[in-house]
Design a protein around this ligand. Structure first.
Ligand SMILES: Cc1cc2nc3c(=O)[nH]c(=O)nc-3n(C[C@H](O)[C@H](O)[C@H](O)COP(=O)(O)O)c2cc1C
Length: 340
């Protein structure tokens, strides 16, 4: 590796009329990118923006952040937090964006990428890519309703067609999007085959707005490779940020994790979960995080078995203590077979 990734990352980037100081962002992840994980990541720093998991646009105008687990944030993060919404109706997407602007978020992100059956069946997420006109209308409607930055996250679509991908990128830009995040996989292919990074270049070449490349960024050298291969303007990190919440600080700010980082981080996460949620829900969320955390260890599947048996947060903490008593061996690159 001849030059550090931080050379690419620590550079201002204009998004609409705002500037972020750093070109690495947390990808939206339902069930993982909640207030507690973002709180943990914020303690390490090093990112440009964080994204919420997808929120149902129809619910947002009446959503109560005190009772919702997804439409929930800390005041301190609003300046760098983007709320992602899904929906298929231009008016309700705009109404959700208005609430998001009123609450003080940095921006709103529109989901055109989710390929989960429950979302696609409703005509939302990646299903919208089958209807380019409706997709444009959704972006236009949101654009006209708010003045905060509008992001679009999308994927290759339903077949591997570079012309289609370039056309969609151009449509999103023309409809008023200020930045795109692109995940280069076709929709039925969830995370089984490697993403086709060359498609990211096609997207970035089709538009003048910044494109964040996404998909299988595991190590610093992957980040450098993605910048070089695609000319994208930034990186969007999903699962690795769950496995290693200090990764933004490590890649952008030269943060050097010590040997105790795994133990300290998991324990701290358990505390933060308990600060934001009741015990039962904290346990549920910790179990969603556990496979990514355990992927860091040589015998991670054994630790995972232990953690998923827990019934209370006290069990979780006791299990963590007993796991680390054996001084477990870590892996330089997580075992992605444990990633969901
Ligand atoms: C558990 C999980 C939940 C996800 N939820 C969302 C979501 O709500 N919205 C979205 O646009 N993408 C979602 N994604 C996709 C990620 O944003 C990202 O595109 C994908 O994980 C690939 O990036 P990675 O290889 O860095 O993980 C999700 C991914 C995972 C693993």
């Amino acid at each position: 590796m001849d030059e550090p990734l931080s050379r690419y990352l620590v550079k201002n980037l204009a998004i609409k009329d705002r500037v972020i100081q750093n070109r690495i962002i947390l990808a939206p992840m339902a069930g993982l990118g909640h207030i507690a994980l973002r709180h943990l990541i914020s303690e390490f720093g090093g990112f440009g923006l964080l994204f919420t998991g997808m929120c149902n646009a129809k619910a947002i105008p009446n959503e109560n952040p005190k009772t919702s687990s997804v439409f929930k944030w800390r005041k301190e993060e609003l300046g760098y937090l983007v709320c992602q919404i899904f929906g298929s109706d231009p008016e309700s997407m705009a109404a959700a964006a208005v609430r998001i602007e009123q609450e003080g978020f940095f921006g709103v992100d529109l989901n055109f990428g989710c390929s989960v059956a429950a979302i696609c069946k409703k005509g939302c997420g990646a299903a919208l890519l089958k209807n380019p006109d409706l997709s444009s209308r959704i972006v236009k409607s949101v654009r006209n309703a708010v003045s905060i930055p509008v992001f679009v996250k999308f994927r290759t679509g339903w077949k591997n067609d570079p012309l289609f991908v370039a056309d969609m990128a151009g449509r999103f830009e023309e409809a008023g999007a200020d930045a795109l995040t692109f995940h280069p996989r076709v929709a039925p292919d969830r995370r089984t085959r490697p993403p086709q990074w060359d498609m990211i270049r096609i997207v970035q070449e089709a538009v003048a707005i910044p494109v964040f490349g996404n998909g299988n960024l595991f190590e610093e050298k992957d980040g450098i490779q993605m910048f070089r291969q695609t000319s994208c303007q930034g990186l969007s990190i999903g699962r690795m940020a769950v496995a290693r919440p200090w990764l933004f600080a490590q890649w952008a700010n030269k943060f050097m994790p010590g040997n105790d980082i795994y133990y300290k981080t998991a324990l701290r996460f358990s505390e933060i979960l308990s600060d934001h949620f009741d015990d039962l829900f904290s346990v549920r969320l910790f179990k969603k995080y556990a496979p990514y955390f355990c992927a860091n260890f040589k015998f991670g599947h054994q630790f995972l078995k232990k953690l998923v048996c827990a019934e209370t947060m006290t069990d979780i903490r006791n299990n963590l203590i007993s796991i680390f008593e054996s001084n477990p061996e870590t892996l330089p690159r997580p075992n992605i077979n444990l990633f969901l």
